[in-house]
Design a protein. Sequence first.
Length: 486
Amino acid sequence: MNENRWQVLSTTSLGTLLSALNFSTLIIALPQLMRGLHATILQGVWILFAYMVAQTVMVLMGGSLADRFGRRRLYIVGLAVFTLFSLVAGASPNAPELILWRVFQGIGGALVMANSTAIVAQSFPRRELSRALGINVMVVAVGQILGPVVGGWLTTLYGWRWTFWFNVPIGLIAVFWAIWVLGFKGTSKDRVPVDVGGIITYVFAITGLLYALSVGAVSGWASASVLIAGAVFVVGLPAWILIESRNPAPLLHLPLLRIRAFGFGSVAAALNAIARMAVIFLMIFYFQGAEGETALVAGLRLIPLAAGMLVLAPIGGAIADRFGTTRPATVGLIVSTVGFVGLALGLHLHSAYLMLALWMAIIGVGAGIFNSPNTSRMMTAAGPARRGEASGIRALTTNTGMMLSIALAFAVVASVVPRDAMLAIFTGTARALPNGTAVLPKFLVGIRGTFWVMAALNVLAVFFSASGRVDNPDEPDQMRRQPAPG
């Protein structure tokens, strides 16, 4: 059958929706999940982090391998793996087993995440690319709106396990639709050896970094496991870069990072991901832990954050298609910074919800304006021949930013709140503590401090975005005429 680029976009958007729903529904369900499995706070953190660590470790590898073996085939395999382990994860009897299945979920999610943007970029002409990517960003916003609401509804009525099982029917539809639209053919020529040395050193280096950041925020930065993991990263990162610089077929195409538009756009995306994820993460526990709301009400109260992205993402993409990518992306970051400052100044116990909703909506509006132009700028700068790797690097920077965000938020809050009180807050039982009401003001001090840090990081992102102009805007269309792998 003849391929239609809008059918391709519908396929990748369905995979994107699945990923967005997975994360936001689980965060809402986390307090009940921790109570149900009698999980410690460290286990609760790793139920979130296991997926993100596995996805971060695999995402760059997924994009690079797809350039060799077929990005469409790997995208479909990723959907199938994610769906299967969503079913298995929902039946987990304890926290350690759930953490294991979350790792496999993350591997499937990485193959989806690493290849969806590249498939869209390959299917659309440059004049429509920002609009298409804007629709993908809009789908993320839809997932972030529906996720907390659906997650709260499922958790309240049926229990936390259904936040996993809910993924299964959507995943099956996504798999069959992707096979119909994309086919299941891999690349049958120009295959090169897999960069085994690069894969091994990359896995050790990135896993060491993410383990140190996540566990250090909960169990202390001086613990032996954190120090060992940090040492693994310090040794592994230079070894990985050395191997990649000498390999004729590297896992990471290092010259991509020397392209100003791509390298600076990657940094801006990572900084914005750090800032934005902290808001999603901490506001959920503010509404459930500090305000005592149910999971469903907490999910409903997060809608303004994603609604801003939903409305502005396609508009930002259309503006970028007509006027260029740098200015809309930079303006979006400036708008988001205003929202972070507003939350840092205005968040208190029993703050007026309408005021909080306004600041969250402003953050979402800024993110919607920023994401699609910035993604389009990065993919354009990379060119068709490297879109798989470019998509992987983009996903890598965003995921790493999300990991850093949660680790940093934990570190700031843990500096002012005792750990037993943190467990009570993150399971929604803080008011049952003998001194529960005395603990909550300290928790809010930690949240406000985190938001000030995030506002500063977003200001830094503004600088990188404004400096990341495309070096040669005519080159990508010339390169597009060349055949691309996959």
